[in-house]
Ligand binder design. Structure first.
Ligand SMILES: Cc1cc2nc3c(=O)[nH]c(=O)nc-3n(C[C@H](O)[C@H](O)[C@H](O)COP(=O)(O)OP(=O)(O)OC[C@H]3O[C@@H](n4cnc5c(N)ncnc54)[C@H](O)[C@@H]3O)c2cc1C
Length: 396
């Protein structure tokens, strides 16, 4: 009856169903939630940052940095933009290339897909929790699912696993995609929460907690990469876009370095101030760069009660180190319930980059977050979900 069955009515599964419909292929989506697109609806604070104008393979983390290139050449950011424009959604750029619907409504994005699925006759079967996938003797996939307390089985020659990653269980997240991959002997690249806040414990914890709610524009770095965006202090550690970004590159036990005044040089600024207004208190000077609360908190590490003219060479060196090379060794991360995405997933060498079909299992496709392609914060993960859904639709 169906040309393919898709597990998961998320970003990837919905795009796949619609694109398959344009090609005249009939699909069935099985979705365990009671509605499609649950994560799209909460994304970007309910506004859905649906792509990024700067999208390139450089904005993705994967064991194979080149893997995503084929999908992104088949479905570009312009394709995403014009697809949504066709259905009345115009994008507006917020910052750093991040595109949101002009209406600020993630619901509009989901409505495009539900409307199209309806028009194209693609069935989205909600409340259908897929429990088991098995290969039958004739090479079909037998898919067992539970729906309203009843078990059912459907068969298909082409199965699309678009069941997402592990973040946010209450939104329907499962490890189902990883389980299916393992069952068919496909390797999984190590998974971990990504785009996730980081925790700070130990003797510094109170200092961070005391600053809860304050944010600072910073450059956050580790040995691999730097991000310049805000960090946000919280009562358990650090969050904010720059921290979420670096978290995707962070491993337990590693340090991160924070430049609290990127693009400026504190020693030069102090020297300038000393010449013009040496009597100024160091605290007053810092309050011009940060909120008063943040400036006061620096008193734990810097002689903020001195006036600038009386700062010694050592004081200035200490200020340079503190402000430009603030080191943090996070205790951990806030886990999958606070992560926006999962790092790792079905290993890329197991899939054709051109079709996303499993090399060892003809007819089995993986797309979206369950594949080892993890985007930065800023609409990149949806761009991957749309692109991978499109690619699969062309090959089922
Ligand atoms: C709070 C939050 C905000 C985010 N904001 C953004 C943003 O603004 N921009 C951006 O690019 N990315 C954002 N992301 C990431 C983005 O939502 C995901 O990368 C994207 O949704 C992945 O799409 P997907 O189709 O692979 O998986 P999903 O969208 O997670 O869809 C998978 C679907 O499969 C279903 N499923 C799972 N297991 C089964 C099963 N056994 N049987 C049946 N169905 C099953 C799930 O219920 C789910 O509906 C955000 C994530 C979170 C958590």
């Amino acid at each position: 009856m169906f040309d393919a069955i898709i597990i998961g009515a998320g970003a990837c599964g919905l795009m796949c169903a619609v694109q398959a419909g344009f090609l005249g292929k009939k699909v069935l989506i099985l979705e365990k939630n009671n509605k499609p697109g649950a994560k799209i609806l909460i994304s970007g604070g309910g506004r859905c940052n649906y792509t990024n104008l700067n999208n390139s393979a450089l904005n993705f983390i994967s064991e194979n940095a080149h893997f995503c290139k084929s999908a992104f050449s088949q479905w570009t950011v312009n394709d995403t933009i014009s697809f949504f424009e066709t259905y009345g959604i115009y994008g507006k750029e917020k910052t750093l290339g991040q595109l949101f619907p002009e209406t600020n409504s993630a619901k509009d994005i989901v409505n495009v897909f539900t409307g199209l699925c309806n028009d194209l006759g693609q069935e989205i079967r909600c409340d259908a929790d897929v429990k088991l996938v098995q290969l039958t003797e004739d090479g079909s996939f037998s898919i067992a699912y539970e729906r309203n307390g009843k078990s059912s089985v459907v068969e298909t020659k082409r199965l699309v696993v678009a069941s997402g990653g592990l973040p946010v269980q209450k939104m329907g997240a499962t490890d189902f995609g990883l389980k299916v991959a393992r069952q068919f002997g496909l390797r999984i690249a190590a998974t971990a929460p990504a785009l996730v806040p980081l925790t700070v414990t130990g003797k510094e914890a109170d200092w961070f907690a005391n600053l809860s709610g304050n944010s600072i524009f910073c450059r956050v770095s580790n040995e691999q990469i730097s991000f310049e965006e805000n960090i946000l202090f919280t009562h358990w550690g650090l969050s904010g876009p720059a921290i979420l970004q670096i978290s995707s590159y962070w491993h337990p036990g590693e340090w991160i370095t924070i430049d609290l005044l990127p693009g400026q040089n504190i020693a030069e600024l102090l020297e300038e101030e000393r010449r013009q207004n040496g009597k100024k208190l160091f605290l007053t000077f810092l309050s011009g760069l940060y909120t008063k609360k943040v400036a006061e908190s620096f008193g734990k590490y810097l002689p903020v009660d001195k006036n600038i003219a009386s700062l010694s060479k050592i004081d200035i060196q200490q200020a340079e180190r503190f402000i430009h090379q603030f080191k943090v060794k996070p205790a951990g991360d806030k886990g999958y319930d606070r992560a926006e995405v999962m790092r790792g997933g079905v290993a890329t060498e197991e899939l054709s980059s051109k079709t996303l079909e499993a090399k060892k299992v003809p007819g089995l496709f993986f797309g979206g977050e369950c594949v080892d392609v993890t985007g930065w914060l800023g609409g990149y993960n949806f761009q991957w979900a749309w692109a991978s859904g499109y690619v699969i639709a062309n090959n089922i």
